[in-house]
Write a new protein. Structure first.
Length: 331
């Protein structure tokens, strides 16, 4: 065979290839295993023919490589110009959701307490009367043990009416010092109205350590109130009663709408009731095997719905359960 003639023919075919596929065809035809050139190379006997064939092969290979690069560049240029994205073109806005108000408040409260060195622990929505009542100093006969107030699943199993059993679980599971919060759903046999709903959320807090006093409780709650409702807020405590704290208090925050001068939200008192708290009753400490002479504790339990309603001026708790997007979208 005439190596130069084959090379010349191949170079024309390579140059003529107008796509990568066509180029590939030409490559197979002139350089493939069954090509004339490769067959001749296998059969070559003398040095001179070998050199001529190899030189032809090299020229064809170089031409293929050059053409390949050219075609690829052309393809890139084409796609760059034809498929160009105009990044200045206004996009299609995607509607963006957000967390439910209660979830927002819940996470915020968790963050605040994590920042104060507390641990967030899980509670149980379904409890036994042991944890919901006995351990919280509400012996048999106590009024909240009535099925008029509490959802009983059977004689002994109840839906928790408050997050306070989380205190007992925490004290059973660990040793002082304890600094925990536990947030979640509670259930009471309440008729739904503007401020009540049979399902609601609480944040329970518990601290047990050596030498904790009411002053520590006050400082902690004041910090929470200021982070939630503004740095200028003041707190006030009034005595109250809970079976599992002694003394028990109800916390009030100075009204953030009128700044204490009196308005509809604070019922013209300048103060808004925010929730219960107190020093852990020595009976409760003894119940979990702690020595009240050694350690003291404080606890609080506040409603998340109330916090959300106060912050956003929501007049009706039911709005938080109706999930009407026209309302929820505003927050
Ligand atoms: N569990 C009480 C309630 O639901 C609130 C509370 C919690 C009070 C902890 C004192 C200590 O009303």
């Amino acid at each position: 065979m005439d190596a130069d003639a084959v090379a010349a023919e191949a170079l024309v075919a390579v140059e003529a290839a107008s796509s990568v596929a066509e180029l590939d065809e030409a490559r197979v035809r002139y350089l493939g295993r069954k090509s004339e050139l490769k067959q001749a190379l296998r059969e070559v006997r003398d040095r001179e023919t070998g050199m001529a064939l190899n030189s032809a092969r090299r020229r064809i290979e170089e031409a293929v490589a050059a053409r390949q690069a050219g075609l690829e560049r052309a393809e890139l240029d084409r796609s760059l110009s034809e498929e160009r994205t105009d990044i200045t073109f206004p996009g299609e806005a995607q509607p963006r959701g957000h967390l439910h108000l209660i979830t927002q408040v819940r996470r915020e409260v968790e963050d605040i307490f994590l920042g104060m060195g507390y641990e967030v622990v899980e509670g149980r929505e379904v409890e036994t009367s042991h944890y919901l009542f006995d351990a919280l100093n509400m012996p048999a006969g106590h009024p909240t043990r009535s099925p008029l107030h509490t959802f009983f699943l059977d004689d002994d199993v109840v839906l928790r009416t408050e997050t306070s059993p989380a205190q007992i679980h925490a004290m059973e599971a660990r040793k002082p010092p304890i600094y925990i919060v536990s947030l979640g759903r509670c259930y009471r046999r309440d008729t739904a109205d503007a401020t009540h709903y049979p399902i609601f959320h609480q944040v329970e807090g518990l601290a047990v350590d050596r030498g904790l006093t009411l002053a520590d409780l006050k400082g902690t709650l004041l910090r929470l109130l200021r982070l939630l409702f503004g740095e200028e807020r003041e707190a006030r405590f009034a005595t109250h009663f809970f079976p599992f704290t002694e003394p028990s208090i109800e916390a009030y925050v100075s009204c953030f709408l009128c700044d204490g001068t009196g308005c509809r939200v604070c019922r013209h008192s300048g103060w808004i009731e925010i929730g219960g708290a107190g020093m852990v009753d020595p009976n409760v400490l003894r119940f979990v095997g702690y020595d009240p002479e050694e350690v003291t504790g404080f606890a609080f339990g506040w409603g998340l719905e109330r916090m959300a309603m106060l912050r956003h001026g929501l007049p009706d708790i039911r709005a938080l359960w109706e999930n009407d997007l026209r309302l929820l979208e505003q927050f």
